[in-house]
Design a binder for this molecule. Structure first.
Ligand code: AMP
Length: 407
């Protein structure tokens, strides 16, 4: 069921509580090191300001564990937000900052807030009640506002006071523009993808992605598995994988997943591809001597696979080139080190080069990889929520989305 959007709300003069994801990296001097997350939510903030709302912004930053800790203050975010709003709509001077997200100061500052002015509240996680989704704290947050807007897709898989608890005290709980875009792209991929639909999964751990594989097996046309996680599957198939990353306690579930993949192939024709050749080294080091293990050959006992090989790249690229929907999460190898970056870079280029496909990328490492490959501009949608997008792809309901008002 479609959720209410900020575009459905009457905003003029209203106190609009926007839950943003301002969980940005900070420099040692306390300034914002990367403002991507602030920029991502600017359209929502500007939309509210342009519609004469009284804007209250809230977020978490880091893991202060329920205690006030200046290291995790959102004050630097207020500074950066001022600059950005000044540059873009000349409203930077009207960004206030409350040193607590609830209580007398927050209440007084909200009371003084005028239309088209903004107030940023201090880190929600300075109160343990936030993550505990505590009722009274939720009520206090809700009392600051007339309507609620959630733009923090990256936190939507957590049932906290600011993502779930406070919504029950407000009549209208809507998705912000960023949240809406995330749900549209990911939702369409799962529900009515243009075909062929190809999913590429990689990264270190099988355990993180087994749920995604299970949910997608009967939805996709091809599932391409690379990265460290592939070796638990190859081991389960009986291949010699040498010193490659293997999650011993996941071999059995990998075996079951391979069985399920075989059944899905019989039923829907889905192609489930694992690496057939590999780039190996004796150690995970940027200056390690590398070798290529030819297709279907065993990996020597003293070597570990750190990237997919050239034949695997070819097979994966063939799938990617004919796709009309592509979802990618997880690098194909240890892309942080140049000798093992080739697989990830070539996959990034193939995904970006397919102009007919809707391409969706999620997960911090994959996002870094497409930036590193210089192709981020050509990706249709770069998701802002790693964990949230994986849970979405697992077919799980995100509590932060469930809490929004149905249209
Ligand atoms: P994840 O956090 O599960 O998405 O995994 C990302 C990490 O997986 C990156 O830091 C990669 O360097 C690492 N990775 C990818 N492929 C391999 C591999 N074959 N062996 C070990 N680590 C890998």
């Amino acid at each position: 069921m479609a959720k209410l959007s900020i575009r459905d709300l009457k905003l003029r003069g209203q106190r609009v509580f926007i839950r943003a994801d301002f969980n940005v990296p900070l420099n040692d001097d306390g300034t914002v090191a990367d403002d991507t997350r602030i920029r991502e939510t600017l359209p929502t903030i500007e939309y509210a300001l342009n519609n004469q709302a009284r804007v209250i912004l809230a977020s978490h930053l880091g893991r202060p564990k329920g205690k006030v800790n200046p290291k995790y203050s959102l004050r630097p975010v207020a500074e950066r937000l001022r600059q950005l709003l000044d540059e873009r709509i000349g409203r930077g001077k009207q960004v206030g900052f409350s040193t607590d997200c609830v209580g007398v100061q927050a209440e007084e500052m909200v009371a003084k807030l005028e239309s088209s002015q903004t107030l940023l509240l201090e880190n929600l996680r300075f109160h343990a009640e936030e993550e505990a989704n505590e009722e009274n704290f939720s009520r206090q947050l809700a009392s600051l506002a007339d309507v609620y807007v959630d733009d923090a897709f990256g936190a939507a898989h957590r049932a906290h006071a600011s993502t779930v608890g406070m919504t029950k005290f407000l009549k209208q709980n809507a998705a912000g523009l960023l949240m809406e875009r995330e749900l549209q792209y990911l939702g369409k991929a799962l529900e009515e993808p243009a075909r062929p639909f190809v999913t590429i999964l990689g990264g270190a751990k099988v355990s993180d992605k087994i749920g995604v594989i299970q949910n997608l097996l009967e939805k996709v046309d091809a599932l391409l598995i690379g990265g460290g996680m592939a070796y638990t599957f190859l081991k389960a198939q009986g291949f010699e994988v040498g010193k490659s990353l293997v999650e011993q306690d996941k071999i059995e579930v990998a075996r079951q997943t391979l069985e399920a993949a075989r059944r899905a192939t019989d039923k829907t024709g889905v192609r489930f591809l694992l690496p057939v050749d590999h780039v190996v080294a004796a150690e995970m080091k940027a200056d390690a001597a590398t070798a290529i293990i030819a297709p279907m050959q065993p990996i020597p006992a003293d070597k570990m696979a750190l990237d997919i090989g050239p034949r695997t790249i070819e097979l994966f690229v063939q799938e990617i080139e004919q796709a009309r929907t592509i979802v990618w999460n997880g690098p194909m190898g240890v892309f942080e080190m140049p000798p093992f970056a080739c697989g990830t870079t070539e996959i990034a280029e193939a995904v970006a080069g397919n102009a007919q496909a809707t391409s969706i990328i999620g997960g911090g490492d994959t996002v870094s990889a497409v930036h590193q490959a210089g192709v981020a501009e050509e990706i249709t949608h770069i998701s802002t929520g790693g964990g949230a997008s994986l849970e979405f792809l697992e077919g799980r309901k995100l509590p932060g989305v469930e809490a929004l008002t149905n249209k």
